[in-house]
Design a protein. Structure first.
Length: 334
C-alpha cells in the first residue's frame, strides 16, 4: 500500500517568508542565504519545479507519479528580492511571491515586526504591562530582560490571553499581544501599536532588515520569466475574522493593485495566516484566481481543490536535513 501511495503523490508546495540572517525570529520563518542555496540545490535534483498557477490549472489532470515542487514566498520582504532572487536564478528554480500590497513603497514595517521591535528588540520594558485594547484591560507583571527564552509558542499565539496578574517573560508577552492584535482591524492594529510604543517609551522606525519590496523591485522580479507574482491581500488580515464585504475588499483590491502595477494577470493567492472561510474560497473563484494555498502541512494530490492547496513550512535547515524532509514529503509522509 505504501508503494501505491508513493505513486499517487504528485508533489509538494514549500512555504518560505524570509531569506536573511535575523537576530530575533519569533516565528522561525527565516532561512539563512547559505541554507537557502543548499535547499535550492536539493530541489534541482528532485521532481519538477513549477510556478503556483501551474498546479492550480493542471492538478486534476496530473499523470501518475508526477512530482511537482512549488517554491512560494509570503508577504513581500525585500530580502526575497535581494537574497532569494539571485539564488533562484542561479539554480533555475521557479518561485511564486505573494505580496501584501498595502505596504509596497511604505515607510512602515509589517505590524508583527513593529510589535517585535517594541517588545523584543529595544532593551528593558516597564515592570508591568498595562493597557486597554478594544475596551478590555490587560495587566501582567514582566520578568525583565527575558528575551533568551523566545520560542515559537503556538499555544500563547492561538489561545485566550492569561488572567491578569500572570507573570510573563518578554517572549510570552509578544505572543499574547500578537494573538490580540491579529483579531483587530488594520486601523485598530495601528492604534494599538502607537499605544504600545507610548507604554514602552520607545520610538519605532523602519529597520533595514525588515524592509519590504519597493514597486521597482517588484517590477524587476515580475519581469523574470522564472517568477510569478501572487496576491496576499492588502493588509494581511485573518480573513476568517472579517465580513464577506471586508474580505472581498481585501482580496479584490490586492489583485487590482498588482495587475495595475505589473500589467500582468494575477492568478494565484495565499491566505494570510492560512485562514479562510467557505465565503473566502467563493470570493477567490469569482475574482478569477486559479490557485490558492493554505498552511496545511501535507503533500498535494490530484484530489486537492486548486483553491485549497496545502504547503509545508520550510525552516532554517541545512541541505542534508532539507533533503530528508523533501524526500519524505514527496513520498507522501507529512
Amino acid at each position: 500500500m505504501k508503494i501505491l501511495d508513493s505513486f499517487r503523490q504528485h508533489g509538494v508546495m514549500l512555504m518560505y517568508h524570509r531569506v536573511a540572517n535575523l537576530e530575533i525570529d519569533p516565528w522561525q520563518l527565516s532561512v539563512s542565504p547559505g541554507h537557502f542555496e543548499e535547499q535550492m540545490s536539493v530541489i534541482q535534483k528532485y521532481g519538477h519545479p513549477v510556478q503556483m498557477h501551474t498546479i492550480g490549472e493542471t492538478v486534476h489532470s496530473w499523470h501518475l507519479g508526477r512530482k511537482h515542487i512549488v517554491v512560494t514566498f509570503d508577504d513581500g520582504y525585500a530580502d526575497n528580492y535581494q537574497n532569494a532572487k539571485p539564488i533562484l536564478e542561479r539554480y533555475g528554480v521557479p518561485a511564486t511571491f505573494f505580496i501584501v500590497t498595502g505596504i509596497i513603497d511604505s515607510r512602515e514595517e509589517f505590524w508583527w515586526d513593529e510589535l517585535e521591535q517594541i517588545i523584543l528588540s529595544s532593551g528593558e520594558l516597564p515592570a508591568r504591562f498595562k493597557m486597554t485594547i478594544r475596551q478590555k484591560d490587560y495587566q501582567w507583571p514582566l520578568k525583565p530582560g527575558a528575551v533568551q527564552d523566545l520560542l515559537r509558542d503556538e499555544n500563547l499565539a492561538n489561545s485566550a490571553p492569561p488572567e491578569n496578574g500572570t507573570e510573563m517573560t518578554y517572549g510570552q508577552l509578544y505572543y499574547c499581544l500578537w494573538n490580540i492584535l491579529s483579531r483587530l482591524s488594520f486601523a485598530e492594529k495601528k492604534a494599538a501599536l502607537r499605544d504600545l510604543a507610548r507604554w514602552a517609551a520607545k520610538t519605532t522606525s523602519v529597520r533595514a532588515g525588515q524592509k519590504t519590496m519597493s514597486k521597482k523591485e517588484l517590477l524587476d522580479l515580475a519581469g523574470v520569466g522564472l517568477f510569478e507574482i501572487g496576491a496576499h491581500t492588502r493588509h494581511h488580515p485573518n480573513l476568517s475574522y472579517l465580513s464577506v464585504e471586508e474580505q472581498q475588499q481585501e482580496i479584490e483590491e490586492s489583485k487590482k493593485t498588482l495587475e495595475g502595477a505589473l500589467g500582468l494577470q494575477v492568478k494565484s493567492f495565499s491566505y494570510p495566516h492560512g485562514a479562510y472561510t467557505q465565503d473566502t474560497v467563493a470570493l477567490l473563484q469569482r475574482s478569477g484566481f486559479k490557485a490558492s494555498c493554505t498552511c496545511e502541512a501535507k503533500p498535494v494530490t490530484k484530489k486537492d481543490d486548486p483553491l485549497l492547496l496545502p504547503r509545508f513550512t520550510v525552516l532554517n535547515w541545512n541541505g542534508d536535513v532539507f533533503e530528508q524532509k523533501l524526500r519524505q514529503w514527496l513520498a507522501g509522509a507529512a
